[in-house]
Write a protein that binds this ligand. Sequence first.
Ligand code: ACO
Length: 362
Amino acid sequence: MSDPAGGGGVGGVAAGDGESVSRGAGGRAPFGRASVLCGLGTWVPPYVLTNEELSRLVDTSDEWIRSRTGIGQRHIADPSTATSDLGVEAGGRALKSAGSDRVDAVIVATTTPDRPCPATAPLVAARLGLGTVPAFDVGAVCTGFLYGLAAGAGLIAAQTADRVLVIGAETFSRILDPEDRSGRAIFGDGAGAVVLRAGNPEEPGALSAFDLGSDGNGSDLITVRTGGSRLPYATAGDEADPYFRMSGKAVFRNAVERMAESAHRVLARTGWPGDRPDLVVAHQANLRILHAVADRLGVPREDCFVNIDRVGNTAAASIPLALGDAAQSGALHPGDRVLMTAFGGGLTWGACTLSWPDVEAA
Ligand code: ACO
């Protein structure tokens, strides 16, 4: 494959701190190519479930949901729509935005695949007419998109691919307990996607640095207990619980700490003046979490992009959806220094920096 970066570049020397692994602008990549964001697409299913409507289905209120989470509405996929359908819509738009439907790999980050087996990405690739390119899923719950981005950047750095489509897609509404007023208040469905291409680290759109981490000791805090090898449906009996469960308060505390710490590490490696981003595009978990993370980073709250009021928490789709909304609403300008950070089940967390490219979100 060609090497548009001419072999020079940015990328990764290990800088693990014992808890996370940071890679990025501080070192030279072993394979020497940067990954440049060159396409962006989003899609949400048309049906909007407002807080008022939700409060007629479960015991909640617009006032409770807004004051505790900042959410005003969420989009819900109709029963005939699966995660791959959302991924195809967002992925197709990202390819259009990139001006080319040629990619060498497809990565789908999702917690809600169409089926437990096989992965959703090959189906998405086939439906997008991308031929027989490698395609695989990434499972890191709400951090999935950043893990997927890192995997895509790794394929490019290793010269396994010149162009990679990275999609975050979720139909979280499918795994929520109809009686779970907390989960139903928070989560929504949607998808967002980006195209990465091999390029030069100085170009606008080049991913600068990553910080990724996990702590499996907290795996029970965010979980779907039944349906895996630990507790298969066939033998679960009375213990069967097919629904998503989250220990909200513990997750809240962890989310603030992990996102802020990860963001600090990635900013230190990126080396922007004053370690200051122009815009924080964080996983939209809860407005209070976003504010707490901004406060810990010393970033004005208005520099932390918010679309949770309109889409809720869309897990792995959250960051690319927020990037799309930020670009379309004029909150992002070419050259802006963008910090992304996320936290999710696993537990997992991560952060990534880039300078914003001149790209039109589709
Ligand atoms: N409407 C009305 N009352 C509610 C609702 C609701 N929708 N949900 C919960 N309550 C009630 C509870 O029953 C409880 O009542 P009680 O005191 O009488 O028992 C009270 O509100 C407080 O409940 P908590 O769960 O303690 O509420 P909290 O203030 O912690 O908010 C929330 C819950 C919104 C889930 C919050 O904990 C949160 O945002 N957590 C983090 C979510 C997050 O970061 N997720 C990211 C990762 S998600 C992923 O990876 C998929």
